[in-house]
Write a protein of this length. Structure first.
Length: 740
């Protein structure tokens, strides 16, 4: 027997513990989110590698695209137009089945019929001529009935929105089966607490209806769709299943149930498949079917307006399955999928219809769980015991061979049996065992400290990196949402300044300026986001938590203005111009993390709060002030004296926000400054109350005392304008900026 050292035993025990963790995960005793996500990514990779690259000519998507919206008007369209579209599809184009990836829950009142009927019951009740007119025209104005009459003639499948909301609108179709059909056995399934169905007369006229609810995975990607969803005691079929059934001549649905197993005091079952005629659709343990995506271009898209207006040649759609949906971004039916981040939702249903008819839907049967556990044990246990005795070369060779065998076996089952067998666990276990044995003894703490320094050293001050390295596990560059403060600064008239300097002089000036400003940011625990030419973007509150982020950011802004004036003398000696900057600050909830492309990334912040700070920096020039902050800053940093400048609606916003100029710390701002602020606030109050004479008098006094202040002149110009062009009665004093 070979002799095992203590290190070998420790490594073997850790290896066996890893194997146990993976067995518990695959046995559903302890699911690990990381392995789940890796498995989803590996599934997406296999989908992209083996998805059909050909076009399914049986299924056509009738697209309510931008072209259709421009031609036919905004959506939803009048039901009369939808009736025309249905009639065109069947009479002119001779399609086989039409499915709507759209619900029609509300009555169509666009014809004005309810108004006409209200008049007939009211003011014109005794007007025989009007009553006769309404009687003649009622049928032509009842758009819902017009569409219902058209639906009744043809095999049309309507859509139903189901999900977690409790609101109920419209009518549901009859359920495919109810809870009684499942007996006393419990089955996993998706439950809807509400729905948005269709107007009753439309639902009754349609051949069928199905839900279009996508079962999102933990990462928000659509990979599967519930073939049945339960509402109360009834189970309702998916839109794709309803379309396929209708295409197959309204074939009945037969359920395939596996033998239930006893779990505690209950029986748990698995609906393994459903049969529609001769077609079998495999299901997972939650009654969902995996979507058999095709490569981009796998389905033909036809603009809806071309069908409505009959400009498409008549033989283009003969005997096709037509699914009506939208790819227009404004109608918000784009879904993240394994093949595309913004795939039109209607293509999910088209892919399922195609897969149902071809029998190509992947399967994850109950046996798969046992197969993966056996693979994990066969790989993990021997490797955990043997690898501590192998050299680095032999360990590498063994792992490479096993990885190749696992991948080959998995792809064989994927292609030959259409089985979706998890691959992430075996591969990850192999790599972890290899990693354990190759880097055993590596000092994880030292490595983590070097990692923190490498990640954040270029963003935050060195002393903060040292502080972070003491607890490296608390910091990462992953995306997260935090309350933070962001600062934007920009040099005024930088273009003119740069034109007056040589390239070398401009470089030296910018280096000197940016160095001084960066020092001010880092002195207050700020993180430099980026330099954008002469502009600086910085934030507080990440990667280190900073409860005083607003105060630190505001102190930095004031220090930057002061530091800039300290540069005047050395700049003058070198013949450089005097610089002036505008600074915008805002705090609020922002997204922070390592963002970018595969080519370049940066640790940055994003969100509406960030955009507002950028807009404020631009507005400093409009008001002739050095710093502008939002009311969020005023609340979070109360130790300062603020002058309210205005209420503005900046570009990209729909509501006004109050903006302020910090004039100094409380107790440090002189009495004259505080008095001037109070006088301006009184003038501002009169201005917003439209007391123009009082506001003008107060502003003139302020302008006389401080003729160089642009702010007072600006308000005097506004007052003069409003005297000639009074604002509307509901004016709330908000000034709207239409440019950035």
């Amino acid at each position: 027997m070979p002799k095992f050292s203590l290190n070998d035993v420790v490594r073997a025990v850790i290896g066996l513990a890893l194997v146990l963790v993976f067995v518990l995960h695959e046995g559903d005793y302890k699911e690990l989110r990381a392995i789940q996500q890796l498995e989803l990514w590996s599934y997406d990779t296999r989908i992209r590698l083996f998805m059909p690259k050909t076009r399914d000519t049986r299924v056509v998507i009738l697209d309510i695209d931008e072209k259709s919206l421009n031609a036919e008007g905004r959506f939803p369209w009048p039901r009369e137009k939808l009736a025309t579209m249905v009639r065109q599809l069947f009479e002119r184009y001779q399609v086989r089945v039409v499915g709507f990836d759209i619900a029609l829950p509300e009555p169509d009142t666009s014809s004005g019929l309810p108004i006409f009927e209200s008049l007939a019951r009211g003011e014109l009740k005794d007007n025989a001529e009007y009553q006769a007119f309404l009687k003649r025209t009622r049928a032509s104005l009842d758009y819902d009935q017009i569409l219902a009459d058209e639906l009744a003639k043809w095999p049309v499948v309507l859509g139903v929105a189901m999900g977690g909301k409790e609101d109920i609108a419209g009518t549901l179709p009859p359920p495919i089966f109810d809870m009684k059909a499942l007996g006393d056995v419990e089955y996993r399934h998706y439950v809807s607490t509400g729905f948005s169905g269709n107007v009753e007369k439309l639902q009754k006229a349609a051949a069928a209806a199905g839900h279009f609810y996508p079962a999102l995975d933990i990462d928000g990607i659509t990979r599967r769709v519930p073939m049945f969803m339960r509402f109360k005691d009834g189970f309702y079929e998916a839109l794709s299943l309803a379309i396929a059934r209708t295409y197959l001549g309204n074939a009945p649905v037969r359920i395939v149930l596996d033998k239930p197993r006893k779990v505690g005091n209950r029986l748990e079952g698995w609906m393994s498949a459903i049969k529609v005629g001769d077609v079998q659709i495999p299901l997972d343990n939650a009654m969902t079917a995996l979507v058999p995506y095709r490569a981009p271009g796998g389905f033909r898209y036809v603009s809806a307006t071309d069908v409505i207006r009959g400009t498409l040649p008549p033989d283009e759609l003969k005997d096709k399955i037509v699914i009506v949906g939208t790819s227009a971004q404004g109608l918000v039916d784009l879904r993240a999928t394994p093949i595309q981040e913004d795939l039109a939702g209607v293509e999910v249903h088209a892919s399922l219809v195609s897969g149902i008819l071809d029998g190509t839907i992947k399967n994850k049967p109950p046996e798969v769980q046992g197969i993966v556990i056996v693979i994990v044990l066969l790989i993990g246990v021997p490797l955990a015991l043997v690898m501590p005795r192998l050299s680095a070369l032999w360990s590498t060779a063994v792992v490479v061979v096993l990885v190749a065998l696992v991948i080959a076996l998995n792809l064989y089952m994927w292609q030959s049996h259409r089985w979706v067998v998890p691959i992430a666990s075996p591969l990850l276990l192999l790599l972890l065992l290899y990693f354990l044995n190759m880097v055993y003894g590596f000092f994880a703490e030292a490595r983590s400290r070097r990692l923190i320094t490498g990640l954040f050293g270029t963003y935050v001050p060195k002393e903060l990196v040292d502080e972070m390295s003491k607890n490296p596990g608390e910091y990462s560059m992953k995306g997260e949402s935090r309350e933070m403060t962001v600062l934007f600064s920009d040099v005024r008239d930088f273009t003119s300044i740069s034109e007056g300097l040589t390239p070398e002089g401009l470089k030296d000036l910018m280096n000197t300026y940016l160095t001084a400003m960066t020092e001010r940011v880092q002195e207050k625990r700020g993180t430099i986001d980026k330099y954008i030419g002469d502009a600086i973007m910085a934030f507080w509150g990440a990667p280190l938590q900073d409860p005083d982020h607003a105060t630190h950011a505001l102190e930095t802004a004031i220090a930057m203005q002061k530091s800039l004036r300290e540069l005047d003398a050395p700049f003058a000696k070198r013949g450089w111009p005097v610089l002036h900057i505008g600074v915008g600050l805002n705090c609020g909830t922002m997204n922070v993390g390592d963002m970018g492309s595969k080519f370049r990334r940066s640790y940055t912040v994003m969100g509406d709060s960030v955009n507002l700070a950028s807009r404020l920096e631009s507005l400093t020039k409009q008001y002739g002030v050095g710093i502008l902050v939002t009311e969020n800053i005023v609340r979070k940093a109360p130790g300062f004296v603020y002058r309210e400048i205005d209420k503005v609606q900046v570009k990209g916003k729909h509501e006004g926000v109050a903006i302020y100029e910090p004039v100094g710390r409380q107790g440090e701002a002189g009495p004259e400054t505080v008095a001037e602020v109070e006088r301006f606030h009184k003038a501002l109050e009169a201005y917003r109350a439209q007391r123009w004479d009082e506001a003008e008098k107060l502003m003139k006094n302020l302008a006389y005392a401080a003729p160089e202040t642009k702010l007072y002149k600006l308000y005097l110009e506004r007052i003069a304008h409003f005297r000639q062009n009074p604002p509307p009665a509901d004016w709330d004093g908000v000034f709207v900026f239409t440019t950035k």
